[in-house]
Design a protein around this ligand. Structure first.
Ligand code: PFF
Length: 469
Protein backbone atom coordinates (compact mmCIF):
# COMPACT_ATOMS: atom_id res chain seq x y z
CA UNK A 1 0.00 0.00 0.00
CA UNK A 2 2.84 2.42 -0.44
CA UNK A 3 2.23 5.56 -2.48
CA UNK A 4 4.49 6.84 -5.25
CA UNK A 5 7.11 9.33 -4.12
CA UNK A 6 5.88 12.66 -5.40
CA UNK A 7 6.57 16.00 -3.76
CA UNK A 8 5.83 19.69 -4.25
CA UNK A 9 8.77 21.48 -5.83
CA UNK A 10 8.60 24.51 -3.52
CA UNK A 11 6.85 25.84 -0.42
CA UNK A 12 5.23 28.59 -2.48
CA UNK A 13 4.04 25.88 -4.87
CA UNK A 14 1.98 24.06 -2.25
CA UNK A 15 0.57 27.30 -0.86
CA UNK A 16 -0.50 28.35 -4.35
CA UNK A 17 -2.00 24.93 -4.95
CA UNK A 18 -4.05 25.01 -1.74
CA UNK A 19 -5.03 28.64 -2.40
CA UNK A 20 -5.87 27.53 -5.96
CA UNK A 21 -8.13 24.84 -4.58
CA UNK A 22 -9.76 27.32 -2.23
CA UNK A 23 -10.25 30.23 -4.61
CA UNK A 24 -12.89 29.17 -7.08
CA UNK A 25 -16.47 29.62 -8.17
CA UNK A 26 -17.28 29.58 -4.45
CA UNK A 27 -15.60 32.96 -4.05
CA UNK A 28 -17.09 34.76 -7.02
CA UNK A 29 -20.54 33.17 -7.31
CA UNK A 30 -21.49 31.04 -4.30
CA UNK A 31 -20.39 33.46 -1.58
CA UNK A 32 -22.06 36.59 -3.01
CA UNK A 33 -25.18 34.57 -3.83
CA UNK A 34 -25.50 33.25 -0.27
CA UNK A 35 -24.71 36.58 1.38
CA UNK A 36 -27.37 38.30 -0.71
CA UNK A 37 -29.88 35.51 -0.07
CA UNK A 38 -29.41 35.59 3.72
CA UNK A 39 -29.31 39.38 3.94
CA UNK A 40 -25.71 40.57 4.25
CA UNK A 41 -24.88 41.45 7.86
CA UNK A 42 -26.21 38.47 9.81
CA UNK A 43 -24.67 36.09 7.30
CA UNK A 44 -21.30 37.83 7.56
CA UNK A 45 -21.29 37.60 11.36
CA UNK A 46 -21.96 33.86 11.20
CA UNK A 47 -19.40 33.60 8.40
CA UNK A 48 -16.56 35.25 10.35
CA UNK A 49 -17.34 33.30 13.53
CA UNK A 50 -17.24 30.13 11.44
CA UNK A 51 -13.93 31.17 9.91
CA UNK A 52 -12.42 31.53 13.36
CA UNK A 53 -13.98 28.50 15.01
CA UNK A 54 -13.96 26.04 12.18
CA UNK A 55 -12.12 27.29 9.08
CA UNK A 56 -8.73 28.10 10.58
CA UNK A 57 -8.56 25.32 13.22
CA UNK A 58 -9.89 22.51 11.03
CA UNK A 59 -7.57 23.71 8.28
CA UNK A 60 -4.60 23.40 10.60
CA UNK A 61 -5.74 19.98 11.77
CA UNK A 62 -5.98 18.83 8.18
CA UNK A 63 -2.58 20.20 7.19
CA UNK A 64 -1.01 18.54 10.23
CA UNK A 65 -2.70 15.15 9.83
CA UNK A 66 -2.00 15.10 6.10
CA UNK A 67 1.69 15.83 6.48
CA UNK A 68 1.93 13.30 9.31
CA UNK A 69 0.08 10.66 7.28
CA UNK A 70 2.39 11.37 4.35
CA UNK A 71 5.43 10.75 6.53
CA UNK A 72 3.92 7.34 7.35
CA UNK A 73 3.57 6.65 3.62
CA UNK A 74 -0.13 7.46 3.09
CA UNK A 75 -1.75 9.95 0.70
CA UNK A 76 -5.50 9.36 0.81
CA UNK A 77 -7.80 10.19 3.69
CA UNK A 78 -8.90 6.53 4.16
CA UNK A 79 -5.22 5.52 4.40
CA UNK A 80 -4.34 8.36 6.74
CA UNK A 81 -7.39 7.84 9.00
CA UNK A 82 -6.61 4.14 9.15
CA UNK A 83 -3.01 4.86 10.19
CA UNK A 84 -4.15 7.34 12.86
CA UNK A 85 -7.04 5.39 14.36
CA UNK A 86 -5.27 2.04 14.08
CA UNK A 87 -8.61 0.23 13.80
CA UNK A 88 -10.12 -1.26 10.63
CA UNK A 89 -13.14 1.11 10.72
CA UNK A 90 -10.66 4.02 10.46
CA UNK A 91 -10.45 3.72 6.72
CA UNK A 92 -14.21 3.81 6.31
CA UNK A 93 -14.37 7.09 8.21
CA UNK A 94 -11.99 8.52 5.65
CA UNK A 95 -13.97 7.34 2.63
CA UNK A 96 -16.18 10.43 2.47
CA UNK A 97 -12.88 12.34 2.19
CA UNK A 98 -12.42 11.36 -1.41
CA UNK A 99 -16.08 10.83 -2.28
CA UNK A 100 -17.06 14.45 -1.53
CA UNK A 101 -14.47 16.07 -3.81
CA UNK A 102 -15.26 13.59 -6.60
CA UNK A 103 -19.00 14.25 -6.26
CA UNK A 104 -18.48 17.99 -6.20
CA UNK A 105 -16.28 17.62 -9.28
CA UNK A 106 -19.17 16.05 -11.18
CA UNK A 107 -21.23 19.24 -11.07
CA UNK A 108 -18.43 21.74 -10.58
CA UNK A 109 -16.80 20.78 -13.87
CA UNK A 110 -20.08 21.39 -15.60
CA UNK A 111 -20.19 24.97 -14.32
CA UNK A 112 -16.49 25.29 -15.20
CA UNK A 113 -17.46 24.41 -18.77
CA UNK A 114 -20.15 27.11 -18.72
CA UNK A 115 -17.43 29.61 -17.75
CA UNK A 116 -15.13 28.69 -20.61
CA UNK A 117 -18.02 28.73 -23.06
CA UNK A 118 -19.29 32.08 -21.80
CA UNK A 119 -15.76 33.54 -22.06
CA UNK A 120 -15.60 32.49 -25.71
CA UNK A 121 -19.12 33.64 -26.48
CA UNK A 122 -18.40 36.98 -24.80
CA UNK A 123 -15.12 37.40 -26.70
CA UNK A 124 -16.84 36.78 -30.03
CA UNK A 125 -19.60 39.28 -29.25
CA UNK A 126 -22.36 36.67 -28.86
CA UNK A 127 -23.27 38.00 -25.43
CA UNK A 128 -23.56 41.63 -26.42
CA UNK A 129 -26.30 41.51 -29.05
CA UNK A 130 -28.77 44.38 -28.43
CA UNK A 131 -32.11 43.21 -27.05
CA UNK A 132 -30.73 39.76 -26.31
CA UNK A 133 -32.68 37.52 -23.96
CA UNK A 134 -30.01 36.13 -21.63
CA UNK A 135 -32.24 33.64 -19.93
CA UNK A 136 -33.13 32.15 -23.30
CA UNK A 137 -29.46 32.05 -24.36
CA UNK A 138 -28.56 30.29 -21.14
CA UNK A 139 -31.40 27.81 -21.60
CA UNK A 140 -30.27 26.98 -25.12
CA UNK A 141 -26.63 26.82 -24.10
CA UNK A 142 -27.08 24.42 -21.19
CA UNK A 143 -30.34 22.80 -22.11
CA UNK A 144 -31.75 24.16 -18.81
CA UNK A 145 -35.50 24.46 -18.89
CA UNK A 146 -35.83 22.44 -22.10
CA UNK A 147 -37.06 18.89 -22.26
CA UNK A 148 -34.76 17.75 -25.07
CA UNK A 149 -31.81 15.61 -24.05
CA UNK A 150 -29.54 15.90 -27.09
CA UNK A 151 -26.10 17.21 -26.24
CA UNK A 152 -24.84 19.51 -28.99
CA UNK A 153 -21.27 20.56 -29.54
CA UNK A 154 -21.21 24.04 -31.09
CA UNK A 155 -19.93 27.34 -29.71
CA UNK A 156 -23.41 27.88 -28.30
CA UNK A 157 -23.60 24.52 -26.59
CA UNK A 158 -22.05 23.45 -23.37
CA UNK A 159 -21.14 19.96 -24.70
CA UNK A 160 -18.03 21.13 -26.53
CA UNK A 161 -16.74 22.92 -23.48
CA UNK A 162 -17.37 20.00 -21.15
CA UNK A 163 -15.09 17.92 -23.40
CA UNK A 164 -12.38 20.61 -23.50
CA UNK A 165 -12.47 21.14 -19.75
CA UNK A 166 -12.31 17.39 -19.09
CA UNK A 167 -9.27 17.09 -21.36
CA UNK A 168 -7.48 19.99 -19.64
CA UNK A 169 -8.18 18.74 -16.11
CA UNK A 170 -7.20 15.15 -16.71
CA UNK A 171 -4.09 16.09 -18.67
CA UNK A 172 -2.73 18.11 -15.75
CA UNK A 173 -3.81 15.53 -13.18
CA UNK A 174 -2.00 12.90 -15.23
CA UNK A 175 1.16 15.03 -15.19
CA UNK A 176 1.12 14.84 -11.40
CA UNK A 177 1.70 17.02 -8.39
CA UNK A 178 4.56 19.33 -9.33
CA UNK A 179 4.44 19.16 -13.15
CA UNK A 180 0.66 19.36 -13.27
CA UNK A 181 -1.22 20.91 -10.37
CA UNK A 182 1.62 23.11 -9.12
CA UNK A 183 2.47 24.39 -12.59
CA UNK A 184 -1.12 25.40 -13.37
CA UNK A 185 -1.58 27.15 -10.01
CA UNK A 186 1.72 29.04 -10.32
CA UNK A 187 0.43 30.87 -13.40
CA UNK A 188 -3.34 30.81 -12.92
CA UNK A 189 -3.40 32.27 -9.40
CA UNK A 190 -1.53 35.54 -10.06
CA UNK A 191 -3.40 35.91 -13.36
CA UNK A 192 -6.79 35.58 -11.73
CA UNK A 193 -5.99 38.12 -9.03
CA UNK A 194 -4.88 40.68 -11.62
CA UNK A 195 -8.06 40.10 -13.64
CA UNK A 196 -10.27 40.33 -10.56
CA UNK A 197 -8.66 43.66 -9.61
CA UNK A 198 -9.32 45.02 -13.10
CA UNK A 199 -12.98 43.97 -13.02
CA UNK A 200 -13.34 45.35 -9.50
CA UNK A 201 -11.92 48.71 -10.59
CA UNK A 202 -14.51 48.77 -13.40
CA UNK A 203 -17.40 48.00 -11.05
CA UNK A 204 -16.36 50.53 -8.42
CA UNK A 205 -16.00 53.33 -10.95
CA UNK A 206 -19.44 52.89 -12.51
CA UNK A 207 -20.98 55.67 -10.40
CA UNK A 208 -24.70 55.79 -11.19
CA UNK A 209 -24.91 53.84 -14.44
CA UNK A 210 -28.55 54.68 -15.16
CA UNK A 211 -29.32 58.39 -14.51
CA UNK A 212 -33.03 57.52 -14.49
CA UNK A 213 -32.43 55.26 -11.50
CA UNK A 214 -30.34 57.36 -9.10
CA UNK A 215 -31.03 54.86 -6.28
CA UNK A 216 -28.99 52.23 -8.06
CA UNK A 217 -25.41 53.38 -7.66
CA UNK A 218 -22.10 52.06 -6.35
CA UNK A 219 -22.94 52.86 -2.74
CA UNK A 220 -26.41 51.33 -2.73
CA UNK A 221 -24.97 48.34 -4.62
CA UNK A 222 -22.39 47.77 -1.90
CA UNK A 223 -25.07 48.46 0.71
CA UNK A 224 -27.35 45.79 -0.77
CA UNK A 225 -24.59 43.23 -0.35
CA UNK A 226 -23.26 44.41 3.01
CA UNK A 227 -26.25 45.97 4.76
CA UNK A 228 -26.54 44.65 8.34
CA UNK A 229 -30.31 44.05 7.92
CA UNK A 230 -32.16 42.49 10.87
CA UNK A 231 -29.17 40.83 12.49
CA UNK A 232 -30.75 39.35 15.59
CA UNK A 233 -33.60 37.76 13.61
CA UNK A 234 -31.13 36.40 11.05
CA UNK A 235 -28.82 34.87 13.64
CA UNK A 236 -31.70 32.85 15.10
CA UNK A 237 -32.01 30.95 11.86
CA UNK A 238 -30.03 27.64 11.97
CA UNK A 239 -30.19 27.44 8.19
CA UNK A 240 -28.19 30.67 8.01
CA UNK A 241 -25.52 29.23 10.31
CA UNK A 242 -25.39 26.05 8.30
CA UNK A 243 -25.03 28.03 5.09
CA UNK A 244 -22.30 30.28 6.56
CA UNK A 245 -20.34 27.39 8.07
CA UNK A 246 -20.86 25.34 4.90
CA UNK A 247 -19.51 28.21 2.83
CA UNK A 248 -16.39 28.36 5.00
CA UNK A 249 -15.74 24.66 4.37
CA UNK A 250 -16.58 24.81 0.69
CA UNK A 251 -14.63 27.97 0.07
CA UNK A 252 -11.50 27.15 2.04
CA UNK A 253 -11.58 23.54 0.74
CA UNK A 254 -11.17 22.62 4.38
CA UNK A 255 -12.25 19.53 6.25
CA UNK A 256 -12.99 16.97 3.58
CA UNK A 257 -9.95 15.39 2.04
CA UNK A 258 -8.33 17.89 -0.28
CA UNK A 259 -5.81 19.53 2.05
CA UNK A 260 -5.09 16.23 3.78
CA UNK A 261 -4.02 14.78 0.44
CA UNK A 262 -2.13 17.87 -0.72
CA UNK A 263 -0.21 18.16 2.55
CA UNK A 264 0.70 14.46 2.52
CA UNK A 265 3.22 15.39 -0.19
CA UNK A 266 5.02 17.76 2.24
CA UNK A 267 8.09 17.02 4.29
CA UNK A 268 8.74 17.36 8.03
CA UNK A 269 10.64 20.59 7.41
CA UNK A 270 7.60 22.44 6.05
CA UNK A 271 5.90 25.10 8.14
CA UNK A 272 2.27 24.03 7.95
CA UNK A 273 1.05 26.61 10.48
CA UNK A 274 2.24 29.39 8.20
CA UNK A 275 1.17 27.67 4.99
CA UNK A 276 -2.34 27.06 6.33
CA UNK A 277 -2.73 30.64 7.41
CA UNK A 278 -1.35 32.05 4.16
CA UNK A 279 -3.61 29.92 1.97
CA UNK A 280 -6.69 30.82 4.07
CA UNK A 281 -5.85 34.52 4.01
CA UNK A 282 -5.42 34.44 0.24
CA UNK A 283 -8.85 32.84 -0.03
CA UNK A 284 -10.53 35.37 2.24
CA UNK A 285 -8.95 38.24 0.32
CA UNK A 286 -10.38 36.85 -2.90
CA UNK A 287 -13.76 36.01 -1.37
CA UNK A 288 -14.66 38.96 0.81
CA UNK A 289 -12.36 41.53 -0.79
CA UNK A 290 -12.91 40.70 -4.45
CA UNK A 291 -15.90 38.36 -4.90
CA UNK A 292 -17.96 40.27 -2.34
CA UNK A 293 -17.43 43.59 -4.07
CA UNK A 294 -17.96 42.58 -7.67
CA UNK A 295 -20.85 40.26 -8.39
CA UNK A 296 -23.81 41.44 -6.35
CA UNK A 297 -23.03 45.21 -6.30
CA UNK A 298 -22.63 45.20 -10.10
CA UNK A 299 -25.91 43.34 -10.59
CA UNK A 300 -27.73 45.68 -8.20
CA UNK A 301 -26.52 48.81 -9.97
CA UNK A 302 -28.07 47.77 -13.26
CA UNK A 303 -31.01 45.59 -12.32
CA UNK A 304 -31.92 46.52 -8.74
CA UNK A 305 -32.85 44.07 -5.99
CA UNK A 306 -35.60 42.51 -8.12
CA UNK A 307 -33.02 41.34 -10.66
CA UNK A 308 -31.00 39.49 -8.02
CA UNK A 309 -33.35 38.02 -5.43
CA UNK A 310 -34.43 34.46 -6.13
CA UNK A 311 -31.92 33.95 -8.95
CA UNK A 312 -29.85 31.38 -7.03
CA UNK A 313 -26.09 31.18 -7.28
CA UNK A 314 -25.94 29.92 -10.84
CA UNK A 315 -28.66 32.17 -12.19
CA UNK A 316 -26.78 35.14 -10.80
CA UNK A 317 -23.59 34.25 -12.64
CA UNK A 318 -24.98 33.15 -15.97
CA UNK A 319 -28.35 34.86 -16.40
CA UNK A 320 -27.86 38.11 -14.58
CA UNK A 321 -24.19 39.03 -14.99
CA UNK A 322 -24.00 38.77 -18.80
CA UNK A 323 -26.83 41.27 -19.01
CA UNK A 324 -25.07 43.51 -16.49
CA UNK A 325 -21.86 43.45 -18.53
CA UNK A 326 -23.76 44.10 -21.75
CA UNK A 327 -25.10 47.31 -20.25
CA UNK A 328 -21.80 48.70 -18.99
CA UNK A 329 -19.25 50.64 -21.06
CA UNK A 330 -16.69 48.28 -22.66
CA UNK A 331 -18.85 45.46 -21.33
CA UNK A 332 -17.72 42.96 -23.97
CA UNK A 333 -14.13 43.18 -22.75
CA UNK A 334 -15.11 42.98 -19.10
CA UNK A 335 -17.49 40.07 -19.64
CA UNK A 336 -14.75 38.17 -21.47
CA UNK A 337 -12.13 38.66 -18.79
CA UNK A 338 -14.64 38.03 -16.01
CA UNK A 339 -15.56 34.63 -17.41
CA UNK A 340 -11.85 33.86 -17.99
CA UNK A 341 -11.36 34.73 -14.32
CA UNK A 342 -14.11 32.30 -13.32
CA UNK A 343 -12.63 29.64 -15.56
CA UNK A 344 -9.10 30.00 -14.13
CA UNK A 345 -10.47 29.95 -10.60
CA UNK A 346 -12.48 26.83 -11.42
CA UNK A 347 -9.60 24.90 -13.03
CA UNK A 348 -7.29 25.17 -10.02
CA UNK A 349 -10.19 24.05 -7.80
CA UNK A 350 -11.35 21.17 -9.93
CA UNK A 351 -7.81 19.76 -10.16
CA UNK A 352 -7.79 19.59 -6.37
CA UNK A 353 -11.04 17.63 -6.37
CA UNK A 354 -9.49 14.88 -8.48
CA UNK A 355 -6.24 14.34 -6.62
CA UNK A 356 -7.79 12.71 -3.48
CA UNK A 357 -9.57 10.19 -5.74
CA UNK A 358 -6.36 9.42 -7.64
CA UNK A 359 -4.47 9.03 -4.37
CA UNK A 360 -7.11 6.57 -3.15
CA UNK A 361 -7.13 4.49 -6.34
CA UNK A 362 -3.33 4.29 -6.38
CA UNK A 363 -2.87 3.67 -2.70
CA UNK A 364 -5.99 1.84 -1.55
CA UNK A 365 -6.66 -0.28 -4.64
CA UNK A 366 -3.09 -0.45 -5.97
CA UNK A 367 -4.13 0.76 -9.43
CA UNK A 368 -1.37 2.32 -11.56
CA UNK A 369 -1.42 6.06 -12.20
CA UNK A 370 -2.47 5.90 -15.88
CA UNK A 371 -5.30 3.48 -15.13
CA UNK A 372 -6.37 5.51 -12.07
CA UNK A 373 -6.63 8.64 -14.16
CA UNK A 374 -8.62 6.78 -16.83
CA UNK A 375 -10.94 5.17 -14.29
CA UNK A 376 -11.65 8.40 -12.46
CA UNK A 377 -12.22 10.09 -15.81
CA UNK A 378 -14.84 7.49 -16.69
CA UNK A 379 -16.62 7.58 -13.33
CA UNK A 380 -16.77 11.37 -13.22
CA UNK A 381 -17.88 11.58 -16.85
CA UNK A 382 -20.85 9.33 -16.08
CA UNK A 383 -21.63 11.48 -13.03
CA UNK A 384 -21.39 14.68 -15.03
CA UNK A 385 -23.74 13.14 -17.59
CA UNK A 386 -26.34 12.65 -14.86
CA UNK A 387 -25.80 16.15 -13.55
CA UNK A 388 -26.25 17.56 -17.02
CA UNK A 389 -29.41 15.53 -17.52
CA UNK A 390 -30.98 16.58 -14.24
CA UNK A 391 -29.77 20.15 -14.35
CA UNK A 392 -32.48 21.12 -16.80
CA UNK A 393 -33.89 22.62 -13.66
CA UNK A 394 -31.27 24.94 -12.18
CA UNK A 395 -32.76 24.50 -8.74
CA UNK A 396 -31.69 20.85 -8.90
CA UNK A 397 -28.08 22.01 -9.13
CA UNK A 398 -28.47 24.30 -6.13
CA UNK A 399 -30.08 21.44 -4.20
CA UNK A 400 -27.26 19.03 -5.07
CA UNK A 401 -24.77 21.70 -4.07
CA UNK A 402 -26.51 22.02 -0.72
CA UNK A 403 -26.53 18.31 0.13
CA UNK A 404 -23.01 17.53 -1.02
CA UNK A 405 -21.31 20.91 -0.82
CA UNK A 406 -22.71 21.75 2.61
CA UNK A 407 -24.17 18.82 4.51
CA UNK A 408 -21.77 15.99 3.62
CA UNK A 409 -18.79 18.29 4.12
CA UNK A 410 -20.16 19.09 7.55
CA UNK A 411 -20.17 15.44 8.55
CA UNK A 412 -16.66 14.73 7.28
CA UNK A 413 -15.21 17.84 8.92
CA UNK A 414 -16.75 16.85 12.25
CA UNK A 415 -15.13 13.41 12.00
CA UNK A 416 -11.78 15.02 11.14
CA UNK A 417 -11.70 17.45 14.04
CA UNK A 418 -12.72 14.75 16.53
CA UNK A 419 -9.89 12.55 15.28
CA UNK A 420 -7.43 15.41 15.69
CA UNK A 421 -8.60 16.68 19.09
CA UNK A 422 -9.61 13.39 20.73
CA UNK A 423 -8.32 10.28 18.94
CA UNK A 424 -4.83 11.58 18.23
CA UNK A 425 -5.25 13.90 21.22
CA UNK A 426 -4.89 17.65 21.27
CA UNK A 427 -1.38 17.65 22.81
CA UNK A 428 0.04 15.21 20.29
CA UNK A 429 -1.90 16.88 17.47
CA UNK A 430 -0.51 20.25 18.51
CA UNK A 431 3.03 18.86 18.48
CA UNK A 432 2.51 17.33 15.00
CA UNK A 433 1.17 20.67 13.75
CA UNK A 434 4.27 22.50 14.96
CA UNK A 435 6.90 20.12 13.60
CA UNK A 436 9.06 22.23 11.29
CA UNK A 437 7.01 25.39 11.99
CA UNK A 438 8.70 28.67 12.88
CA UNK A 439 5.27 30.26 13.37
CA UNK A 440 3.33 29.18 16.46
CA UNK A 441 -0.44 28.94 16.43
CA UNK A 442 -1.96 30.89 19.38
CA UNK A 443 -2.50 28.51 22.31
CA UNK A 444 -6.18 29.49 22.71
CA UNK A 445 -6.85 27.42 19.60
CA UNK A 446 -6.19 24.26 21.64
CA UNK A 447 -9.43 24.42 23.67
CA UNK A 448 -11.21 25.73 20.58
CA UNK A 449 -10.17 22.65 18.60
CA UNK A 450 -10.90 20.23 21.39
CA UNK A 451 -14.23 21.57 22.65
CA UNK A 452 -15.61 24.58 20.84
CA UNK A 453 -15.29 23.43 17.24
CA UNK A 454 -16.96 20.00 17.68
CA UNK A 455 -19.66 21.50 19.93
CA UNK A 456 -20.31 24.28 17.42
CA UNK A 457 -20.58 21.82 14.52
CA UNK A 458 -22.86 19.45 16.41
CA UNK A 459 -25.13 22.27 17.62
CA UNK A 460 -25.68 23.70 14.16
CA UNK A 461 -26.23 20.24 12.80
CA UNK A 462 -28.78 19.23 15.43
CA UNK A 463 -30.65 22.54 15.20
CA UNK A 464 -30.79 22.17 11.46
CA UNK A 465 -32.12 18.61 11.65
CA UNK A 466 -34.73 19.59 14.26
CA UNK A 467 -35.92 22.43 12.08
CA UNK A 468 -36.12 20.37 8.91
CA UNK A 469 -37.44 17.02 10.04
N1 PFF B 1 -13.03 25.91 -2.78
C1 PFF B 1 -13.63 25.84 -4.08
C2 PFF B 1 -14.41 27.09 -4.37
O1 PFF B 1 -14.51 27.98 -3.50
O2 PFF B 1 -14.94 27.21 -5.46
C3 PFF B 1 -14.52 24.65 -4.22
C4 PFF B 1 -13.96 23.31 -3.86
C5 PFF B 1 -12.65 22.95 -4.10
C6 PFF B 1 -14.84 22.37 -3.38
C7 PFF B 1 -12.21 21.68 -3.80
C8 PFF B 1 -14.42 21.11 -3.11
C9 PFF B 1 -13.09 20.76 -3.32
F1 PFF B 1 -12.72 19.56 -3.07
Amino acid sequence: MSAPKEVWSSRLGVILAVAGSAVGLGNFLRFPGLAAQYGGGAFMIAYFISLLIIGIPIGWAEWALGRHGGSLGFRSSPGIFHALIKKPYGKYLGVIGFIIPVMIYMYYVYIEAWCLGYALNAATGQLSVPGMNYGEFFGRYTGAGSDGVALHFGLHDVGLFVLIVYAINFWFIYRGISKGIELVCKYAMPALIVIALIVLARVLTLGTPDPLKPDQNVLTGLGFMWNPGDISEGLKNPQLWLAAAGQIFFSLSVGFGVIITYSSYLTKKDDVVLSGLTASSANEFCEVGLGGLITVPAAFMFLGAAGIVGQGTFGLGFNVLPEVFARMPAGQVFATIFFILLFLAAVTSSLSMLQPGIAFLEEGLGIKRKASVALLGLVTAIGTGFVWYFSKDLKALDTLDFWVGTLLIFIQATILIIIFGWTVGIEKGWAILHEGSALRAPAFFKPIIKYVTPAFLLTIFVLFILKNV
